[in-house]
Design a protein around this ligand. Structure first.
Ligand code: NAD
Ligand code: TYD
Length: 340
């Protein structure tokens, strides 16, 4: 089988490429990525030179390029990770989110339809459901929870999901969608909470926590997400949405304090800063459908996953230090300069 993975130079897509190249030597994995600020070919070093893998640079919203690629390659399966993915950036500059996340998805859907792709899988997010109140721990997102987005990022992801479902209903394109909670693990770009805190704590720098740090996220170790997607593309029912999450809810402050304790760094590094506008309060996934229908179970608790993640960052300093020494430095100044 020939599988197109888009966004495979990013965090989750990169982990998925590693997983697929290793697990299915008989399949051919083509990784298409534009290499935006978030794309990093160093993430793909472990698979470079493997006979069942190759990389193509390009933009999923470039229609002529995508049509030509699909005609040439004849993909059986498409897994779309490519996206602008950072909420804070979407608040600063929403346009790129519409172009890549909405238009790019629609171009991939058209190409999948035209060239008879057997399965189109959209990697979506629990953020399309909006947020839950902090004082109702009994509430969880199910696949039936109405879409109710907060940020330009989540709005663009929800729009894409609606196009994916429309292509199923209207044209019969065989699609599936996964909506996952917050991921963490190796190769996570250090603008997101967990790698940001690890890298800054190691440098004894202040740790920006938005508002009071009370917001809750439901954390999933990235390899558990990769296994869920693999199951869904092979055994999931066409036209269906599957929630992915492992019941690992933590407040942001709990996450930061856990990292500080493992690194043996002082809590005095924590700095409460101005809150994110429209900040979602709580995400919490009910993953029962995926467990019941496909037998998925996460392998990692948060305690295990966070220790493994921290060990990875300690053993791969070069990977993230290359990023920090570049464009990201200016980004930090722009995003936090007048906030701290
Ligand atoms: P990321 O920002 O680390 O990676 C995105 C990748 O897409 C980068 O390699 C980038 O170069 C590439 N890309 C961006 N625009 C492109 C374009 N126009 N054409 C081709 N490639 C392009 O993101 P991530 O955290 O790995 O997230 C991957 C997917 O998973 C996204 O669709 C995101 O919405 C979804 N998701 C993420 C999380 C999370 O916690 N990170 C949780 C649930 C769902
Ligand atoms: P993030 O990793 O950006 O993921 P998302 O917003 O998609 O959930 O942020 C996770 C949580 O951490 C979110 O509630 C915002 C908060 N946060 C901070 O408190 N400080 C930071 O510097 C960042 C980047 C995030």
């Amino acid at each position: 089988m020939k599988i197109l993975v888009t966004g495979g130079a990013g965090f989750i897509g990169g982990n998925f490429v590693h997983y697929m190249v290793e697990k299915y030597p008989e399949d051919e994995i083509v990784n298409l990525d534009l290499l935006t600020y978030a794309g990093n070919l160093e993430t793909l070093k472990p698979v470079e030179g493997r006979s069942n893998y190759h990389f193509v640079r390009g933009d999923i919203s470039d229609r002529p390029f995508i049509m030509e690629l699909f005609e040439k390659e004849g993909f059986d399966i498409v897994v779309n990770f490519a996206a602008e993915s950072h909420v804070d950036r979407s608040i600063e500059e929403p346009e790129a989110f519409v172009k890549t996340n909405v238009l790019g998805t629609q171009v991939l859907l058209d190409a999948s339809r035209k060239y008879g792709v057997k399965r189109y899988h959209q990697v979506s997010t629990d953020e399309v459901y909006g947020d839950l109140p902090l004082d109702r721990p009994d509430l969880f997102f199910t696949e039936e929870t109405p879409l109710h987005t907060s940020s330009p990022y989540s709005s663009s992801k929800a729009s894409a999901d609606l196009f994916v479902l429309a292509y199923y209903r209207t044209y019969g394109l065989p699609v599936t969608i996964s909506r996952c909670s917050n991921n963490y693990g190796p190769y996570h770009f250090p603008e997101k909470l967990i790698p940001l805190i690890i890298s800054r704590a190691l440098a004894d720098e202040e740790l920006p926590v938005y508002g009071k740090g009370e917001n809750i996220r439901d954390w999933l170790y990235v390899s558990d997400h990769c296994e869920a997607i693999d199951l869904i593309i092979r055994k999931g029912r066409v036209g269906e949405v599957y929630n992915v999450g492992g019941h690992n809810e933590r407040t942001n402050l709990q996450v930061v304090k856990t990292i500080l304790a493992i690194l043996e760094k002082p809590e005095s590094l924590i700095r409460f800063v101005a809150d994110r506008p429209g900040h979602d309060r709580r995400y919490a996934i009910n993953p029962e459908k995926l467990e019941r229908e496909l037998g998925w179970k996460p392998k990692y608790t948060f305690e295990l996953g966070i220790r493994q993640t921290i060990r990875w960052y300690l053993e791969h300093k070069e990977w993230w230090q290359h990023i920090l020494s570049g464009e990201y430095e200016q980004y930090f100044e722009k995003m936090y300069g007048n906030r701290m």
